[in-house]
Design a protein around this ligand. Structure first.
Ligand code: 6R9
Length: 664
């Protein structure tokens, strides 16, 4: 080992540990440490614990059918309905309690709340309207909707009649809508006239119509919910096959639709997610396994109880909103919140105001948001009473220790445990995270795999790597919430997720390994630190460096708000570290800061990780879900031809950064 290696290893080992408070542990849904061992010993039957959280119309025969890997089946021959599990079964005891608390943009008093009774009625009316329109079991209904209550209502209405939904994020382009409707052969669309963002009405229907023009088959019906207030509309006329949501529901006032009995393995929904190349992947989730997974993880990790008010600030257009705004929380009968707009309008304390006003008990958000809050400063959360919070969560990308600690201190008042939850669209729900009532927290590390989840860090040969060494994250055994396939493309399913580490000719499940394409390392306590997508690992002179570790070091430097690190081509080193940096307000983009950044990285990781270039930038190119587009930053660093920038939230930033690269 070289000196650099030794220094790196030593630094990886230093890690702070935070314990959950006794007060939290005492009331936690899960607090028995034996759960890990019990689940391991009873695998796969341990997952009965998840299935037991649901009401089944017919009991399942077998927990896991692994006779045809990787096409696993869970809770076979069980019958259930997801909407009945999220609504009907709560009516007797919780009918008058709030199911969804919707906070609209505060243009005027636009908030709406739905008790379970009211939500049940709305969902039934919507289901009746969809059914009368001709939507049958297994017809894919596409939804192109922002954060308005009609979105979860329509999702649950589809679930009620056994029609899978395919939600397309409202911020996506018309093209993205058309591609997804085409891929799913979807003949129905639910959308809306528009919505509000930073005080302005946005025209959504024009974009939906533009998308519809690109659909290659006949679209029978389009439902248009009205969100815009009188006077804010864009003068749309509905086409013959377009129906106003309010009219449809009024025509079906009081209607009741018996929930269709679905097989556990029947599709609940499709969610398209982008792959490294080409067409988006249609991830297929099922009724039994997915719902059990979303419910169990909501209970065990987010510590949701029926009497809680739970706030996840994600968009329902992403998997996080599906599992942890809609299905998990509603299956548990809690109050789930959704908000329209942005965290900085009308001011940078929007979320804190919402938490105070509704006395939210949990907040589940993303590192990118936390870094923005940190950049804006602690005076914003200090304006509000956040003492109702009991637990904090993060998801979506690795969280650097500095942001973790800021979240812990300024939002959680050093009293709330933080769950850093690693999972993917494909996994359906959380996979690697601490159980907050059982495990200590280590900032920057997601934690051990959940009980019953067999995650391992392996090298390119598939052999487990030693603690502290970077490798590839794998999941060695199936789990109920897993995707079942890519819609109508079993081959690509195997290719994308299994081929890397499996013997694809074998029908022995032990020969099949799921590969999420993330790099990771594990410590001596079994805590997993996710280093980022595999393509985010930089190889500098043969040293594999996680962009996350370097970013974390940079963000630890005073004056830095956010950083993204990519590998730029280098003649000698193979790759060199390129650091894009956003400064905190009040700091100059000067040589002093540049030197401190370089020093910070050297101090934290070692000279091998020293940035070759530090590029100051007012913003970073981000996808609409807030993920930094590192691939684009790599292309900019290498002054290469840029790929598709159409899914960026802020495409205008690209030229700006390009100018800086060639200019200095
Ligand atoms: C839920 C969601 C999945 C990818 C995943 C990984 C990254 C998510 C993370 C995390 C480190 C965490 N990711 N959570 N990385 N720590 N806690 O985000 O799904 O949009 O499909 O993204 O996000 O790289 O592979 P999705």
């Amino acid at each position: 080992m070289s000196d650099d290696d030794i220094e790196l290893e030593a630094r990886l080992e230093e890690q702070e540990v935070f314990e959950p408070s006794d007060a939290f542990v005492e009331q936690a849904n899960v607090s028995d440490p034996d759960i890990y061992q019990e689940f391991e010993e009873n695998w796969p039957n341990c997952w009965q614990a998840a299935a037991e959280l649901l009401d089944w119309d017919e009991e399942y025969e077998q927990v896991l059918d692994d006779s045809n890997p990787p096409f696993y089946k869970w809770f076979t021959d069980g019958k259930l309905n997801a909407s009945a599990n999220c609504l009907d079964r709560h009516l007797d005891e919780r009918g008058d309690e709030v199911a969804i608390e919707w906070v609209g943009e505060p243009v005027d008093e636009d908030d709406r709340s739905f008790t379970y009774e009211e939500l049940h009625r709305e969902v039934n009316e919507c289901a009746a309207a969809l059914r009368d329109m001709g939507v049958g079991e297994d017809d894919v209904v596409t939804m192109y909707m922002p954060m308005i209550p009609e979105l979860p209502i329509a999702m649950l209405a589809c679930a009620r009649i056994g029609a899978p939904h395919s939600v397309v994020f409202a911020g996506f382009s018309a093209d993205a809508l058309a591609t997804r409707m085409n891929a799913a052969d979807s003949e129905y669309l639910v959308t809306c006239d528009g919505y509000y963002r930073r005080g302005d009405p946005l025209d959504h229907l024009s974009k939906a119509n533009e998308g519809l023009a690109g659909v290659d088959h006949e679209v029978s019906d389009v439902v248009v919910a009205e969100r815009l207030r009188d006077g804010d509309g864009f003068g749309h006329d509905l086409a013959d096959n377009q129906h106003a949501y309010a009219d449809l529901v009024a025509d079906h006032a009081g209607a009741e639709v018996a929930p269709v009995q679905r097989d556990a393995e029947d599709m609940l929904f499709l969610m398209y997610t982008s792959g490294t190349t080409g067409q988006p992947k249609g991830v297929k989730h099922t009724t039994g396994g997915y719902l059990a997974w979303a419910s169990w993880t909501s209970q065990a990790v987010l510590d949701i109880k029926p009497e809680d008010t739970y706030f996840c600030s994600a968009d329902i257009g992403w998997i996080t909103g599906h599992s942890y705004i809609v299905y998990g929380p509603l299956a548990l009968g809690t109050t789930t919140m959704m908000y329209e707009g942005t965290p900085d309008y009308p001011d940078r304390d929007r979320l804190w105001q919402i938490i105070e006003e509704y006395e939210a008990n949990q907040l589940y958000t993303a590192p990118t948001a936390i870094r923005a809050f940190m950049k804006w400063g602690s005076e914003y959360p200090e304006r509000n009473d956040l003492s109702s919070l009991r637990l904090l969560g993060t998801v979506g990308e690795p969280i650097n220790p500095r942001a973790w600690k800021w979240y812990y201190k300024h939002i959680g008042n050093e009293e709330c445990p933080i769950v850093d939850t690693w999972w993917q669209t494909e996994t359906g729900g959380m996979m690697v995270t601490t159980l907050p009532g059982v495990k200590d927290m280590k900032p920057g590390s997601a934690g051990p795999p959940l009980p019953g989840v067999d995650a391992q860090i392996v090298d390119t040969n598939g052999d487990e790597v030693d603690a502290g060494r970077a490798g590839y994250l794998t999941v060695q055994k199936p789990w109920p919430g897993m995707l079942r396939t890519l819609y109508k493309n079993d081959e690509r399913y195997i290719e994308e997720y299994w081929a890397e580490y499996s013997d694809t000719d074998s029908d022995d499940p032990d020969d099949w390994v799921y590969f999420p394409e993330d790099g990771a390392k594990i410590d001596d306590d079994g805590y997993i630190t996710v280093l980022g997508r595999v393509d985010d690992v930089i190889n500098v002179s043969g040293h594999r460096l996680g962009t996350m570790e370097i970013e974390s070091a940079i963000v630890g430097v005073e004056g830095v708000a956010e950083a993204a690190v990519v590998g730029g081509d280098h003649e000698v080193k193979g790759e060199a570290v390129y650091a894009y940096v956003i400064t905190e307000e009040g700091y100059d983009e000067d040589d002093d800061l540049r030197q401190r950044i370089i020093q910070g990285v050297e101090d934290a990781i070692g000279p091998i990780a020293r940035p070759e270039r530090v590029i100051f930038s007012p913003d970073l190119p981000k996808t609409r879900s807030g993920k930094i587009m590192r691939r684009l930053l790599e292309d900019i660093a290498n002054e290469a031809e840029l790929g598709d920038t159409s899914t960026l939230r802020n495409p205008e930033i690209v030229e700006d950064i390009q100018g800086k690269i060639s200019g200095d």
